[in-house]
Design a protein around this ligand. Structure first.
Ligand code: KG4
Ligand code: ZN
Length: 342
């Protein structure tokens, strides 16, 4: 039987990406053009610049993805594209490219939820035994899912305010570590004392057992820095970064461990940009190992935005014939529950 070849397209934020994936798990190409250099001088992603850069480069990125996979457009089984959540102008570039291809080639179009595509990055590198609990931690989202297959998932809890990655980015900014903040905090924290500051951990109680809140922690870090600076006291950046990171990781580990226990899931998946965090990987793996469970996560390059994960998630929609129409639009605000009910 011939392979199912899916072209994935991702333009939800500041990476223009296209990839070809066979049968939902074999990566034939994975092209990522990052715009980080265009945005870092502004301290964050500038939506207008992101859209323009996507537009300039999307055709080349798609052509490269096909060339590297050694196929032509005619060989594709379907086109999968991120339609949300994300920056509306940025999403529109990918959505319109995908719709144009689907129309011109007369191929099925599938619309992929960006948050769920992060989960699917794991499908590219692991054989997963279900049921599994998945912690999705990215720049815009923090959620815990219970999954009984690649496709079937229910939401156990999510952040009530800021996402974990957002907190990393804000704290990095006030510490003067630049953008993107997560990798910088991760690096600087290695030389710091995680017990130097006692930052608050929210929602440790029973009622909010699988929900998260990071805005109080973020404000506590900002206030601490403000007070130290007002008193002209030295700020030990490494200590602040280490104490903050320690607090975030402790919350994420505690809740993920509790979810895996409650659901008796032997497998735990980690997904999203913050899954690249070295302390989170280490501490979560240790905690789960003590409980006899297995932690799986994607390699670094598949944790942050890419299109191979979009093609992998798109494969399951394609198999279930969950096709999108040519009236597909960018959906900047899109709950993960929307994917769960496709
Ligand atoms: O998943 P992603 O590429 O974009 C979204 O869908 O949001 O995640 C980007 C986020 C940023 O907030 C970035 O600071 C964070 O992931 N991140 C990290 C690390 N690498 C990236 N956070 C903590 N530690 C890291 N090593
Ligand atoms: Zn992302």
């Amino acid at each position: 039987m011939s392979e199912t070849l899916i072209l994935g397209i991702e333009t939800s934020c500041d990476e223009t990406a296209a990839a070809v994936v066979a049968d939902g798990n074999k990566m034939h190409s994975n092209i990522i053009a990052s715009q980080i250099d265009d945005h870092c001088k502004f301290g964050g992603v500038v939506p207008e610049i992101a859209s323009r850069k996507h537009l300039e480069i999307i055709n080349d990125v798609m052509a490269q993805a096909l060339a590297e996979a050694g196929i032509t457009f005619a060989d594709l089984s379907a086109i999968a594209v991120t339609h949300g959540p994300g920056l509306v102008g940025a999403l529109l570039v990918g959505v319109n490219a995908a719709k144009t291809l689907a129309y011109a080639l007369d191929k099925p179009l599938v619309a992929v939820n960006h948050i769920f595509s992060h989960v699917a990055a794991n499908f590219l590198v692991h054989d997963i035994e279900f049921p599994a609990v998945c912690l999705v931690v990215s720049g815009g989202h923090t959620s815990l899912l219970y999954m009984t297959s690649r496709f079937d998932a229910v939401l156990l809890g999510a952040t009530r305010d800021d996402a974990a990655g957002e907190a990393f980015d804000k704290v990095a900014r006030v510490l003067g570590l630049g953008y993107p903040g997560g990798p910088a905090v991760d690096r600087v924290a290695r030389d710091g004392d995680p017990a130097a500051f006692a930052f608050p951990r929210a929602f440790s109680g029973q009622d909010e057992v699988f929900n998260f809140s990071f805005s109080g922690l973020k404000s506590a870090v900002i206030n601490t820095l403000h007070n130290l600076r007002q008193k002209n006291e030295d700020v030990n950046t490494a200590d602040v970064a280490a104490s903050f990171q320690h607090a975030v990781v402790e919350i994420l580990v505690e809740k993920t461990r509790a979810a895996a226990r409650a659901k008796q899931a032997q497998t735990v998946l980690l997904a999203g940009g913050v899954a690249a965090n070295s302390l989170l990987r280490r501490r979560l793996a240790q905690a789960l190992e003590q409980d006899g469970r297995r932690l799986l996560y994607p390699p670094m390059e598949l944790c942050t935005d890419n299109a191979a994960m979009v093609a992998a998630a798109g494969y399951d929609l394609f198999k279930r014939q969950k096709f999108a129409g040519l009236d597909l639009n960018a959906t900047p605000v899109l709950d993960i529950n929307r994917h769960l009910s496709y």
